[in-house]
Ligand binder design. Structure first.
Ligand code: NAD
Length: 406
């Protein structure tokens, strides 16, 4: 079959790779010309393992273009454009609408972007010539291709029976559970899943503050909780809170949809508030004065990616800069607009604090000697992940919810 994919970010490019690997012909449409040129030259514009190899192996099956019209001859058009937050927290659907408006002939559209519950039904009315399905994407950055090739489940939302059956046939080959449902349920499943994971993080972060006060160790508590299969250990790591291009915006959009429906969602709202509060809580652990230097070890919102969208490191740095504290960051892949070091040692040289912001393997496993150049050896483990600092006698180490270690 032939697929047109509109928007070649993390989701679009992973989808394109998955379809090419499955033997389909793909037309990749990207309007950002520098990104398109990189792809034409065989370079993946962001860090995602395995993608460059697939693009090279299946290059004969791939057409690259910035012309949406070229995709109109495809059996399916997949929308993978961004759906960012507007100022008021609502989801900005303008990229979706612009892409749809560009088609002059009826298309079978698959929406893979994250859109709020009810969106597909509205799009059906706005663009009656097209047939719609929504197949939300659940991939995790850093393992996008692996997740597309073997997702935990595929959710297909469409009121068009023929399209549902065709898509069930295509996705059925992945051999994973399929959920075929209405568009609004499919959209809801995506938001509910992200909100649940974000809430799990905020839940443990709330308790981490109590653990600090009460003298308990939140990591041991999470380990103990996580052994219960009804709870599970994942997303129970206390620290700086969630970031990235999905959780913050999807939480805001869900709250906005609730508000439009005249409802408050106190659990979701509190989870978002806790996430903001956690940055302030971490800051309260630093006793900084003007002119001090804080080294950020890790910048990306999580290890395994160079994505800096909504990374907590930025909010943390902005607060420190307001206090006229110098910040310098090191990350194996990610870059930011503030001062950046090429090595860990350079970042730590003359620093008054070292904060572990992203739990990259190389940063988690640093030896105490790596910190030799610091002006003052003070360690804030914002991910509770540093191996070297688990010695209870280490008075200069502070994690999140681990005060009993002192
Ligand atoms: P992204 O910003 O990395 O990529 C979107 C791309 O679409 C950009 O390169 C942009 O230039 C391009 N684009 C926008 N309008 C276009 C048009 N009319 N024609 C051609 N190209 C166009 O976004 P992403 O991270 O891949 O996310 C895409 C969607 O998938 C969002 O709705 C997001 O919430 C959702 N999602 C993302 C992830 C993730 O981990 N990144 C996971 C699941 C779902």
């Amino acid at each position: 079959m032939k697929f047109g994919i509109i928007g070649l970010g993390y989701v679009g490019l992973a989808t394109l790779c998955g379809l090419a690997k499955a033997g389909h012909e793909v037309i990749g449409v990207e309007k950002h010309i520098p990104k398109l040129e990189q792809l034409k030259g065989g370079t993946v514009p962001f860090h995602e393992p395995g993608m460059a190899e697939v693009l090279s192996e299946y290059q004969d099956a791939i057409t690259w273009t910035d012309d949406v019209g070229l995709a109109s001859g495809a059996d399916y058009v997949i929308l993978a454009v961004g759906t960012p937050s507007r100022e008021d927290g609502s989801c900005d659907l303008s990229y979706i609408e612009a892409a749809l408006a560009a088609f002059k002939t009826p298309q079978k559209i698959i929406i893979r972007s994250t859109v709020p519950p009810g969106t597909t039904n509205v799009l059906k009315v706005m663009y009656p010539a097209h047939t719609f399905a929504i197949v939300p994407e659940f991939l995790q950055e850093g393992r996008a291709l692996a997740d597309v090739l073997k997702p935990h489940r595929v959710v297909i939302g469409s009121d068009d029976l023929e399209m549902c059956e065709e898509l069930a046939g295509i996705y059925g080959r992945l051999g994973v559970p399929l959920v075929c449902t209405s568009p609004i349920n499919a959209e809801f499943i995506k938001y509910a899943s992200n909100a649940f994971l974000a809430t799990k993080i905020s839940f443990i972060n709330d308790l981490s503050r109590l653990a600090d006060k009460a003298g308990a160790d939140i990591t041991t508590i999470a380990d103990g909780m996580g052994l219960d299969p009804r709870i599970g250990r994942s997303f129970l790591n206390a620290g700086l809170g969630y970031g990235g291009s999905c959780f913050p915006k999807d939480m805001a959009a869900l709250l906005h949809v609730a508000q439009e429906n005249g409802l408050d969602l106190p659990v979701i709202r509190a989870a978002a508030e806790t996430n903001d509060a956690q940055i302030r809580y971490l800051l309260s652990k630093l006793d900084v004065t003007r002119g001090m230097r804080v080294a950020f070890l890790g910048l990306a919102f999580k290890p395994g990616t160079d994505d800096m969208r909504d990374a907590p490191s930025i909010a943390l740095a902005q607060q420190l800069l307001l206090q006229e504290v110098e910040v310098i960051g090191y990350d194996p892949l990610a870059t930011w607009d503030y001062r950046q070091a090429d090595t860990v040692e350079e970042a730590l040289d003359g620093a008054d604090y070292a904060i572990l912001v992203t739990e990259w393997e190389e940063l988690v496993n640093l030896k105490p000697e790596a910190f030799a150049g610091m002006r003052q050896p003070r360690f804030i483990d914002a991910r509770n992940a540093w191996k070297f600092a688990r010695d209870p006698r280490d008075v200069q180490y502070e994690g999140v919810g681990r005060m009993q270690q002192k």
